[in-house]
Design a binder for this molecule. Structure first.
Ligand code: ANZ
Ligand code: ZN
Length: 845
């Protein structure tokens, strides 16, 4: 007989399923633990990243359940999205069929790994039962003015006549046909996440159990910036240009203004022709503006972009100095940040400096370093590069000359406000969330367009607006939904005249923003989720997933929580207090991916080594946050460990079985043979270590290493004193092995359950309580060692009797105060340690 994972695993999976051991019973009382893992996209097959993610969650969930918590540990599918639609285009498979097939495969794979999910609560976001609530929330957000429609630019392929996602544009060309991609403006739906920018930012420091890295990424993404808005009047009196600046203290050095090429005034001038001061004709000028507009959008966002611009021929007036400043139009100013217009200060801003050099524009210093003499300007000449730090405002700064930058800014903001040409202002990089997608496989946006009534929301009672299944996929001529007459042609809910249905669907990030709430009452047909259940289960106690979701998903996830709280549906401000971002599984130094051909198939590993060994390996290879390199030798080692444990128990089994030898209370160390005193201590110490890791630190690798050591210690003990010879002391073996089985359960549940049964235990190990440890059992006997320096007794130290680590003993000896004194100013030549007795330090004066 030997350890046979395929038999053990099949046996227990069947029993768990037939006894429905993971069922969540709906009781909302007692200590709870909500363990949430990012739900998978049903792409086809599980990959090792999934196995890692879900092995972590399963360990935590099983541990908490054994500690007596009521545990929520659900699973579902993020099943809308582009790959399904691509499968339709490439292989002619309907997205719904492709998705359902993939879910069937992947569910089987998850079940084969033995994760503790209540499958009766499984959800899938492509089902009307789920997305109906996306539509419901959309209507409420519309009512609360958190959803709105406006024009926005999109990538458009003129030959396929379709909108392209950024990922579908390669080198400026369409991924399908290669045609040059154009920019088009379309009316689209947005969620007003910027209303929550400040709250999303302020909440970050309180998320102390989130990785710092994620908090910083969110902070940068929100990008709060304190500055000023200042209006420059056009010289010809036809309006004004408002700029956003963080450095109003440099305004006396603003030698030109720059508009984004999409800035409305720039567009108007492109039509009407440039101002009188331009050398260009209308045609030339508009061609220039057009060229700037069409420069690669992604390139324009980068720092490295080659700056290009054109003089508009118009001037504006600096409200502080009255000076005339030329107005330029350039590619490095973005329409969707600040106001889309800037005042350029080439002496103090790097981008402006580079631009001024290219076009020969004036560079005028107005700020000097704090600790530099006032002649700085003369020495510095025209400045080789921008001087960007704060400093002292120079003599050319009018009434503000001599002020420090910060004080200048405060004064100038006040004066601007008083003069009604500006004010202090805060700006965010965060943009409103564009949720419209011109695709089929997503949640239909519940809106109807009527020539009489305008934009009409679908009445709540008409939800869900279901996706028609009978569609044609051509990849051309816009969204396939637009060609389904029965879908598009509707009666206006207000006036009953013929109207058109919205054919855009929602970004799939909408689906994943609130799924954790649907899990709480997955079959509820009257509400998105049960408010009472949410009051009990929220917040999520731990959320586990990839770092790739640090901003988009995890920000939307927080945003939805706040929106639902404002709707009175949730009583928490944040969806989860603890976030664990797991590292990647690499092969050959890079992430496993189909395109690189370096994928290791989980099923193959489960077939060869068993689910338990596979799970143990992904947890043992590294702490969860770190990347690790796949290593088949490592998984073999894990299988060997499980096999050694199985063999040990099967050998002890007979000696322990007959009358339940050794069951009962811990009887202390009185009269115990030395091997068993040590084994007992190791068993308690292992319990302490494993408990600490599972409870807080979550370094599962350390916990598993401790379990491996415990098995080694057991082997050492049995070779000195076999179980059948242990007589009345056999309880130490039983206690140790039962502890071991229970502590193994979160990591290798099938093997643990099998060992539990082999030890004569009835029932499921999941229902056995988590073992506790006796702090007293951890205490080792201490001995006192004499410490000599050159043969003279200089002190005594206390160390554990079984401390074999010489370096540790020497450390203790050298830090004994009196010994330390005798070691001052001398050279240590040699050390002698006689275990249990003496430490001698030989020194030279
Ligand atoms: C004048 C100035 C002088 C600026 C100076 C900086 C230094 P952060 O801190 O990232 O928010 N800016 C404003 N809107 C812009 C846009 N739409 N496209 C490109 N640049 C824009 O950056 C704020 C600064 O970025 C603003 O302050 C503005 O340049 C520029 F010595 O105004 B500053
Ligand atoms: Zn109407």
């Amino acid at each position: 007989m030997s350890y046979n994972p395929s038999v053990i695993e099949a046996k227990w999976q069947e029993r768990w399923a037939s006894d429905d051991v993971y069922r969540v019973d709906g009781v909302l009382e007692g200590r709870k633990y909500y363990c949430l893992e990012m739900l998978p996209y049903p792409s086809g097959r599980l990959h090792m990243g999934h196995v890692r993610n879900y092995s972590i969650g399963d360990a935590v969930a099983r541990y908490r359940r054994m500690c007596g918590y009521r545990v929520m540990h659900p699973m579902g599918w993020d099943s809308f999205g582009m790959p399904a639609e691509n499968a339709a285009l490439d292989h002619g498979i309907h997205p719904a069929v492709w998705t359902r097939d993939n879910i069937v495969t992947m569910r089987q794979q998850l079940q084969r790994l033995g994760f503790a999910y209540d499958w009766s609560g499984e959800i899938a976001s492509h089902t009307p039962e789920y997305y109906r609530w996306n539509q419901g929330f959309f209507l409420r957000m519309l009512e609360a003015d958190l959803a709105y429609r406006k024009e926005a630019a999109l990538n458009w392929c003129p030959s396929c006549e379709t909108v392209l996602a950024n990922e579908q544009v390669a080198d400026g060309g369409c991924w399908r046909c290669g045609s040059v991609v154009e920019e088009r403006s379309l009316s689209q739906w947005f969620f007003r996440i910027t209303d929550f920018a400040e709250e999303l930012l302020q909440g970050l420091p309180e998320l102390t159990d989130w990785p710092e890295r994620v908090r910083i990424m969110q902070e940068n993404w929100i990008g709060r910036s304190e500055g000023s808005r200042v209006a420059f009047k056009l010289e010809d009196g036809e309006g004004e240009i408002e700029v956003f600046t963080t450095r109003i203290d440099t305004i006396y050095g603003a030698t030109f203004l720059v508009l984004a090429p999409e800035y409305p005034l720039a567009t108007r001038w492109a039509h009407e022709g440039p101002g009188p001061a331009s050398d260009l004709g209308t045609e030339q000028f508009s061609a220039e503006v057009e060229r700037l507009t069409h420069m690669d959008r992604r390139q324009r966002h980068g720092e490295e972009i080659e700056k290009a611009g054109v003089f508009s021929g118009h001037y504006a007036l600096n409200p502080f100095s009255g000076e005339r400043v030329p107005i330029w139009i350039a590619n490095f100013v973005l329409m969707d940040y600040g106001t889309g217009a800037i005042m350029a200060v080439p002496a103090h801003d790097e981008r402006d400096h580079e631009f001024a050099r290219t076009y020969g524009l004036e560079i005028r210093p107005v700020i000097r370093p704090v600790d530099d003499d006032p002649e700085w300007l003369e020495d510095s000449g025209a400045l080789d590069e921008a001087f960007t730090p704060d400093g002292i405002m120079m003599d050319n700064c009018g009434p503000y000359a001599g002020m420090a930058s910060a004080k200048g800014r405060r004064r100038m903001n006040g004066d601007a406000e008083e003069g009604s040409f500006g004010n202090a202002a805060v700006d965010y990089k965060l943009k409103d969330w564009l949720i419209s997608r011109q695709r089929y496989w997503g949640t239909p946006i519940p809106i109807i367009y009527c020539d009489e009534c305008g934009v009409v929301p679908v009445p709540e009672s008409d939800l869900p607006v279901t996706l028609p299944e009978d569609v044609e996929f051509t990849g051309k001529h816009g969204s396939p939904l637009g060609r389904v007459k029965s879908f598009v042609d509707v009666k206006c809910p207000r006036c009953s005249r013929p109207a058109r249905r919205e054919t855009d669907t929602m970004d799939t990030f909408v689906d994943s923003s609130w799924y954790y709430l649907r899990y709480l009452s997955p079959h509820d047909s009257d509400a998105a989720f049960d408010i009472e259940a949410a009051r009990y289960w929220m917040p999520v106690d731990i959320y586990i997933g990839g770092i790739t979701h640090a901003v988009l998903h995890l920000l939307y996830f927080r945003f939805y929580c706040k929106v639902l709280r404002n709707f009175g549906m949730l009583s928490v401000d944040e969806p989860t207090l603890k976030l664990l971002t797991q590292g990647m599984v690499l092969k050959g130094g890079t992430a496993m991916s189909k395109s690189r051909g370096n994928v290791v198939d989980p099923d193959e590993m489960v077939g060869r080594y068993g689910a338990d060994a596979t799970r143990i390996f992904v947890l043992f290879a590294a702490p969860p946050e770190r990347d690790f390199e796949w290593d088949e030798g490592g998984i073999e080692g894990c299988a060997r460990f499980l096999s050694r444990a199985w063999t040990l128990v099967s050998q002890a089994q007979e000696a322990l079985a007959p009358e339940g030898v050794g069951s009962g209370e811990d009887q202390g160390t009185d009269g115990l043979p030395e091997e068993l005193v040590r084994l007992r201590r190791k068993a308690h110490d292992t319990t302490r270590r494993v408990t600490e890791e599972l409870h807080r630190r979550l370094h599962f690798n350390t916990a598993i290493a401790a379990l491996m050591e415990l098995i080694n210690e057991c082997y050492a003990a049995t070779s000195a004193l076999p179980v059948e010879k242990a007589g009345e002391h056999a309880w130490v073996y039983r206690d140790t092995l039962e502890r071991f089985a229970r502590m193994l359960a979160p990591f290798a549940p099938h093997s643990a359950q099998e060992l539990w049964e082999m030890l004569g235990q009835q029932g499921y190990i999941l229902d056995a309580s988590w073992p506790s440890y006796d702090p007293e059992a951890l205490q080792t006997e201490m001995v006192s060692l004499a410490v000599q320096v050159n043969g003279k007794l200089r002190g005594r130290i206390e160390v554990p009797a079984d401390l074999a680590d010489e370096a540790a003993i020497l450390d203790a000896a050298r830090s004994e105060p009196n010994v330390a004194q005798h070691l001052q100013g001398v050279t240590l030549l040699r050390t002698v340690v006689v275990p249990g007795r003496i430490v001698n330090l030989v020194v030279k004066q």
